[in-house]
Design a protein around this ligand. Structure first.
Ligand code: SIN
Ligand code: FE
Length: 315
């Protein structure tokens, strides 16, 4: 796993495609200077803001599709409005930059949330499953992807301190070692199938429950399993990645196991990229897991394309 600098001067299609390859191989891309960084006054303003004390808000979230901020603890309406404006501009800037860099992804991706992370991550007191300082793969409990990929860009807004991540071996390696113990074979069993049918029925009656494919169910189990596996937490931190003030880094965080060791003040934008947009579909978590489980884990046909069809997705 490597951290690779993006050369913003290179604009040709082949270079951009090579960056997709790097990401899909589990590498992290970095920009040492962020073209969509808020101004220094705006960064200063954000660093003065606090998030709500409520345990239901891990960060301050911004939902681009609704132009709505949640989780902030602003002094007054004016402060809240200024914060929302800065988060909206960051989200727009990040999305424009990512769309230009990854046209193969942006034509079909789903724009997810952005966030501001004002709390020091080192020693943060959170319930185990919410802790970011434990190694994990990202999985969103309420927003299943059905094999789609979690692409995230983070920006370090601290004026002087790095944001430090611990990272680890490839997804394939983690899946080989831990997927069965984490419950890979249970997500397609009779109990899981009956449970999903019940959820679908409840949804028809208006219940707001996420309808997770077996893939999503497993990725959530894997997230919890990895965080609670003491042996993995102790021995799994094979590398450290250091992101300096003003830098932006981009990664498929459903594939790259990570823990934030330390750092305060970061902005982040997430997009969900469909499996069909992958340049290396064979490396996607869903493909790796389906091979191990020897069965389909998603709805529809996207991830069960034949190798030949997968070749044709990107020539
Ligand atoms: C995460 O674990 O997804 C958060 C990483 C960070 O905030 O740097
Ligand atoms: Fe994470």
């Amino acid at each position: 796993m490597s951290v690779i600098q993006i050369d913003v001067k290179k604009q040709d299609v082949e270079y951009k495609r090579s960056l997709c390859r790097q990401l899909e191989q589990g590498n992290i891309l970095v920009l040492s200077e962020t073209p969509f960084l808020p101004s220094s006054e705006e960064c200063e303003f954000l660093r003065e803001q606090r998030q709500s004390a409520s345990a239901s808000h891990k960060n301050i979230a911004y939902k681009p599709n609704l132009n709505k901020m949640t989780g902030a603890n602003a002094e007054n309406e004016q402060t809240a409005a200024r914060m929302e404006t800065i988060l909206a501009a960051y989200s727009r800037g990040a999305l424009a930059f990512l769309s230009d860099l990854f046209p193969d992804y942006s034509s079909t991706w789903r724009v997810d949330y952005a966030s501001f992370r004002p709390v020091e991550e080192q020693g943060r007191d959170l319930p185990l499953r919410h802790r970011n300082d434990l190694m994990h793969l990202d999985a969103f409990p309420t927003r299943p992807t059905n094999g789609g990929r979690i692409l995230r860009a983070f920006t370090n807004l601290h004026p002087t301190r790095d944001r430090v991540w611990a990272i680890t071996n490839s997804f394939e390696d983690l899946a080989d070692r831990y997927a069965v113990a984490a419950g890979l074979n249970n997500v397609t069993g009779p109990f899981a199938t009956t449970r999903r049918q019940a959820i679908r029925f409840a949804r028809l009656l208006g219940a707001k429950l996420p309808d997770r494919s077996p893939y999503d169910e497993f990725m959530l189990k894997f997230h919890h399993y990895l965080k609670s596996n003491a042996e993995f937490q102790q021995n799994g931190r094979t590398e450290t990645a250091v992101f300096p003030p003003g830098a932006t880094w981009i990664s498929f965080t459903d594939q790259v196991a990570h823990a934030v060791v330390s750092g305060q003040y970061a902005l982040e934008q997430t997009c969900i990229v469909p499996f069909a947009a992958m340049v290396h579909p064979e490396l996607a978590p869903v493909t790796v897991l389906q091979k191990l489980a020897r069965r389909k884990l998603v709805d529809g046909g996207a991830s069960s394309l034949s190798a030949e069809a997968q070749e044709r997705v990107h020539v």
